[in-house]
Design a protein around this ligand. Structure first.
Ligand code: DGL
Length: 237
């Protein structure tokens, strides 16, 4: 079987925000998106449990002979990508990490990083802060317990209430940027903006897509025909 598809997965609809970006910059590629709603939220799982879930998805995607796998989830990336690379030595993985470097490089002074408790508690997260923060900058790490699953399963009103509950305590901190460190959170942008109308919202989606393109080029795996690619979405409910 020809290697023709790019596999993408997340714990539900979150990674679709990355899929949309990928379709823009790689219009001739075919995508297979695995929405693992059944196991949402990833952010509260133990490492063993999460690694098993993620390996099952990787195995399913490899059965379809995908040429590259995008982990469209910050939680699965920050917690499992090293273990995945160790276990699947010949697979090309592109992960998603909170765009803390972007916020620090742009010299924002007071940055909030919103992510799942699973992501916030990783060593990788603390490395990202330590490696990028400058003396005159503050970074507030907020474990957004329950936000990804509220976005996945509940109403807009409930998302708004959750966002208000999580962010209102930071209202007086002169926040100028907010890193959306979970691929579900772009769906809550308007509620975040209501609290911090002047803050810049940063997600890593464009960066991930550019990295996918780079890796495909490097491994000579780009679809060079001029046919528009297609997208298949598998929902695990
Ligand atoms: N969308 C995911 C992320 O980027 C995970 C959300 C969850 O299932 O907890 O972290």
């Amino acid at each position: 079987m020809n290697k023709n598809e790019i596999g993408i997965f997340d714990s539900g609809i979150g990674g679709i925000t990355i899929l949309n970006e990928l379709k823009k910059i790689l219009p001739n590629e075919n995508f297979i998106y695995y929405a693992d709603s059944k196991n949402n939220p990833y952010g509260n799982k133990s490492l063993n449990e999460l690694f098993k879930i993620v390996c099952d998805i990787v195995d399913k995607l490899l059965k379809r002979n995908v040429k590259l796998i995008v982990i469209a989830c910050n939680t699965a990336t920050t917690r499992c990508i090293n273990m995945l690379r160790e276990k699947y030595k010949n697979v090309i993985f592109v992960g998603t990490e909170p765009a803390i470097k972007v916020a620090c490089d742009k010299n924002f002074k007071n940055t909030i990083v919103m992510a799942t408790p699973g992501t916030i508690n990783t060593e990788r997260m603390h490395q990202l802060v330590d490696n990028n923060i400058k003396d005159n900058q503050n970074v507030y790490l907020i474990p957004c317990e329950g936000l990804a699953d509220t976005i996945e399963f509940k109403t807009e009103k409930e998302v708004e209430i959750k966002v208000n509950e999580l962010l209102t305590p930071y209202k007086d901190k002169d926040i100028d940027s907010i890193v959306l460190g979970c691929t579900h959170y772009p769906y809550a942008k308007k509620f975040i903006k209501n609290i911090f109308p002047n803050a810049t919202l940063i997600d890593g989606n464009h960066g991930v897509s550019k990295q996918v393109k780079r890796m495909l080029k490097e491994h000579d795996l780009l679809n060079n025909n001029n046919k528009k690619g297609n997208v298949q979405i598998i929902f695990n409910k």
